[in-house]
Design a protein around this ligand. Structure first.
Ligand code: B3K
Ligand code: ZN
Length: 872
């Protein structure tokens, strides 16, 4: 297939003003009648996308068309003689139960007990009916659903309810009208046996809305937390952005069979159950936070995505980056902002920086794609959010809000571009934000080099900032981008110094933002009493890699004393990175390691520090990020060993006794509650048990046994299981967990995942055995991700076996999964992204596995796209 290019964008030949659908639903076969009112100048035939559709009827302005008036291709229907205002009517048949791609209309669960639902983004609507399936075709929808009442008692589609009633033969119908013009990817319907919980909500602008959360009977009592989160999200969007909900009813439905996290269909969000259902017995603290965040994210799309949508899929970050930013801001307001920032940046570095450094690197606004579903990436989402954050920071809260108001008002009901977004934010504030466009078109993570020079005689500190972005596939030459560097200066005692930036008037502040707008720039600070320690990129003010040759003591000072929790963590991460570099080079007692251990040992005794922050500070950078520090010839086993010895040193420095005492103290006040203090305690307990395992494994295992017996929450239970899996009674612990949770799919996913993550070369054997577990199936995306995703992406020493067995295992499974569900296979294949930087033996093995996957199987477009780019 030829790539689709941004530069080829052309407005649609035909637009659609209204869509009327009549859907006769059944599991094996459903029939969809669609009437489109179309508009265009009639110069070209009407071309409608369609995939896996059986065309039963075609009418133009009421007249059935003979075969010579239209052409049916593999992926489209072309109709001649269509005029401006014509009504085109199609009737098609689809087979939901045979749809294993989970795109279009499909079955969740079994034929007997399951329900029907749809997933359209990006291009699934064409698997339901013939349509110009592109986001710049916006129409109003009237949808009538019909089905057997006993089998499908609940019938839902997006929009306001517009009647329902009985039909013959035990069938019934329900109609929905959505008055807001929307692109086809936001269409949705659901039909089956579902239960609901409801809540009345009045919007700030006075609309009475019914909120309905739907799930199958066995899960409906697990929706309460999500309902509260939904209400909080709606209030927050009213208060923070002045955005109100705009229909009389808002539905959210949970399914266990879903390709991604959730979907923001207008008025009818559909959620992967793992982001909607939550109970203390089944969900970890971090899962609760994800539920809150994803509920908010999908709700926020109602404005950033639905009311203002994307002109084409290249603009995907217009809705996704913006909505992630809104979601992150919401979560920061609901929880601890610095912990939230730490989690977000650490995810960015793990997922996006690695993507940017590999064969799949692409700009936040890509310039071409072969399969759009492969561009729902960390770059489009997480880096996209960082760009919005950068711009919001540049404007300040008030001006950003003014700009957002203009953006929403100006483009309401339209399909917009990234340029439109920057123009609205800029124009509302008489500022030119076009320099930021460069960020959207350029792949790769900029390296920001900072060099400080102190002139004692002049009491002057000169900071030179320099940027350079490494080449990425297809983009050998890079341009400078505007980089805002939020910074402060500290004295040796860890106090912030007032900043007298040369040529700046006014009261000196203690924090400022420097803007690097070219390749290099110097900033001069006057009246600096001593050689300062710069704290740079505070709050992670730009998504770049900072290179500054701090001496370890200076980083330790920041780790100890920076009042900003995030930057404290960032300093610790840099320091542990340095200690890692030294360790890998055979230096087992580097200055960096000493400084890191000393500082953390001090903080361990600090009575005032937030236990959640302490837990984060005590953990060195992840193996995935550490591997990124190595230019070439990465040996995942050496990375793992070096990181283990950092942990080991730290644990010894703190001491087994102090670790035990602290753990026991935390455990003595433990509760299963979700309040912030209990959550923080659980977080710290986890870190301490990890450290304790290094120095006194038996003491750690004993505590894990006790924890398992006592606890009533999943965070602790999983911590206990994780620990016990590394001891002599691993199998018994696994069996007990399975016995307890075998009826809960979301708990079973964790059971598969935690086992797949046991470090070491033997885990492959365990994963192979788990494939035969009766609870495992390749047809369920959550299950596949839990077992195979965790193994290949979160278990470097397990997956990257030197003998290549991990690679061959994964490619064999990829071929099987691809035949069922290409999107799931393509996502899983991302595990190979870093293969070129591996040491020669593994590199060769990974290459061979990938190359045979490509040559021995007829791959889907989704998987072929990933594999080809990895091999290029
Ligand atoms: N917009 C959806 C993602 C759709 C993915 C299609 N392959 C969820 C979200 O970002 O809110
Ligand atoms: Zn989204």
């Amino acid at each position: 297939a030829l790539p689709v290019r941004l530069s080829d964008y052309a407005a649609p030949d035909w637009r659609v003003s209204s869509v009327e659908m009549e859907v006769d639903l059944d599991i094996a076969s459903s029939r969809i009648r669609t009437r489109l009112t179309v508009h265009g100048d009639g110069q070209r035939p009407l071309r409608l996308d369609g995939e896996d559709l059986e065309l039963l009827e075609l009418k133009l302005d009421g007249e059935t068309l003979d075969k010579d008036r239209y052409r049916q291709h593999d992926d489209a229907l072309e109709v001649d003689g269509v005029r401006d205002g014509s009504v085109v009517e199609t009737l098609v048949r689809v087979k939901p139960a045979e749809n294993t791609k989970l795109e279009g209309l499909y079955l969740s669960g079994s034929s007997e007990a399951g329900f029907l639902l749809t997933q359209c983004e990006a291009e699934g609507f064409r698997r339901i009916t013939f349509f110009p399936d592109r986001p710049d075709v916006l129409a109003t929808y009237t949808v009538t659903l019909r089905a057997n009442r006993a089998r499908f008692p609940v019938l839902l589609a997006g929009g306001n309810p517009d009647g329902a009633g009985e039909l013959e033969d035990g069938r019934h119908w329900a109609r929905f009208v959505d008055p807001h013009p929307k692109p086809s990817y936001l269409f949705a319907l659901v039909a089956g046996r579902l239960e609901k919980i409801s809540r009345d909500y009045r919007t700030a602008d006075g609309r009475d809305v019914t909120l309905n959360l739907w799930a199958e009977a066995d899960a409906i009592d697990q929706c309460g937390y999500a309902m509260d989160a939904l209400e909080r999200s709606m209030r927050w969007d009213e208060e923070t952005y002045g955005r109100n909900y705009d229909l009389d009813v808002f539905h959210v439905v949970a399914t266990h069979d879903f390709n991604m996290g959730a979907m923001e269909n207008k008025g009818l969000n559909i959620f992967n159950a793992k982001y909607l259902l939550a109970t203390p017995d089944m969900s970890t603290d971090s899962e609760y936070q994800h539920v809150e965040a994803v509920v908010a994210h999908e709700y926020f799309h109602n404005w950033s995505g639905n009311r203002v949508t994307c002109r084409d899929w290249f603009q995907l970050s217009l809705k996704e980056g913006l909505t992630v930013f809104r979601e992150q801001s919401f979560s920061a307001d609901m929880n601890s902002p610095s912990i939230k920032r730490i989690e977000d940046v650490s995810l960015l570095r793990r997922a996006q920086f690695t993507e940017d450094a590999g064969p799949l690197a692409h700009p936040v606004r890509p310039s071409e794609y072969r399969e759009i579903n492969n561009f729902y990436t960390a770059t489009v989402y997480e880096k996209g959010s960082e760009l919005v954050r950068m711009i919001a920071g540049r404007l300040g809260a008030e001006r950003f809000r003014k700009g957002m108001d203009l953006y929403f008002d100006r483009h309401d009901g339209e399909a917009a571009t990234i340029e439109d977004f920057l123009a609205a934010l800029g124009e509302a504030n008489r500022m030119d934000l076009t320099p930021y466009l460069a960020w959207y078109g350029q792949a790769g993570t900029p390296r920001l080099r900072a060099l400080g020079e102190y002139d004692a005689s002049q009491r002057r500190y000169t900071l030179t900032l320099h940027q350079r972005t490494p080449a990425t596939p297809g983009q050998p030459h890079k341009h400078p981008v505007p980089i805002p560097v939020r910074m402060a200066l500290f004295d040796r005692g860890g106090h912030m110094l007032p900043l007298h930036l040369r040529d700046e008037e006014g009261v000196p502040s203690r924090e400022c933002v420097l803007e690097l707008d070219g390749a290099e720039k110097q900033f001069v600070f006057e009246n600096v009493p001593e050689a300062p320690i710069p704290s740079l990129l505070r709050g992670f003010s730009a998504p770049v890699v900072l290179e500054h040759d701090y001496v370890p003591e200076d980083l330790a000072t920041l780790l100890r004393a920076d009042p900003d929790g995030f930057n404290r963590w960032a300093a610790g991460q840099q320091l542990s990175g340095r200690a890692f570099d030294a360790m890998l080079g055979g230096e087992t007692s580097s200055a960096a390691l000493q400084a890191w251990c000393d500082a953390l040992c001090g903080l361990f005794e600090d009575a005032d520090i937030d236990p959640a922050l302490l837990a984060e500070l005590l953990m060195p950078t992840s193996e995935i990020e550490l591997a990124e520090r190595i230019e070439q010839d990465v040996d995942p086993e050496a990375v793992h060993a070096a990181r283990e010895s950092l942990l080991d040193h730290l644990a010894r420095r703190i001491g087994g006794e102090r670790l035990e005492d602290r753990y026991d103290a935390l455990q003595s006040v433990a509760s299963d509650d979700l309040d912030p203090v209990s959550q923080a305690h659980r977080r710290l307990k986890k870190t301490i048990l990890r450290l304790l395992f290094c120095v006194r494994p038996d003491a750690a295992l004993r505590r894990a046994e006790a924890l398992l017996a006592q606890t009533g929450n999943m965070t602790d239970r999983l911590l206990a299981l994780h620990t016990l899996l590394q001891g002599p009674h691993a199998d018994a612990a696994a069996a007990a967990f399975r016995e307890r949770h075998h009826t809960q799919p979301l708990a079973m996913d964790k059971w598969f995942a935690v086992q797949a993550q046991i470090p070491g070369t033997e885990t492959l054997q365990r994963v192979e055995t788990l494939l035969d577990d009766s609870a495992f199936t390749l047809r369920n995306p959550n299950r596949v991700n839990a077992l195979l995703g965790s193994f290949s992406r979160a278990n470097p020493t397990g997956f990257h076996r030197a003998d290549g067995a991990g690679y061959r295992f994964l490619t064999a499974k990829l071929a099987e999964i691809d035949a069922l569900n290409p999107q799931v296979a393509a996502r899983l294949a991302n595990a190979f992204n870093g293969w070129r930087r591996l040491e020669p033996v593994r590199r060769e093995a990974a290459h061979e596995a990938l190359a045979s996957l490509a040559s021995e199987h007829a791959l889907s477009r989704d998987l072929a796209d990933i594999v080809q780019r990895a091999l290029e």
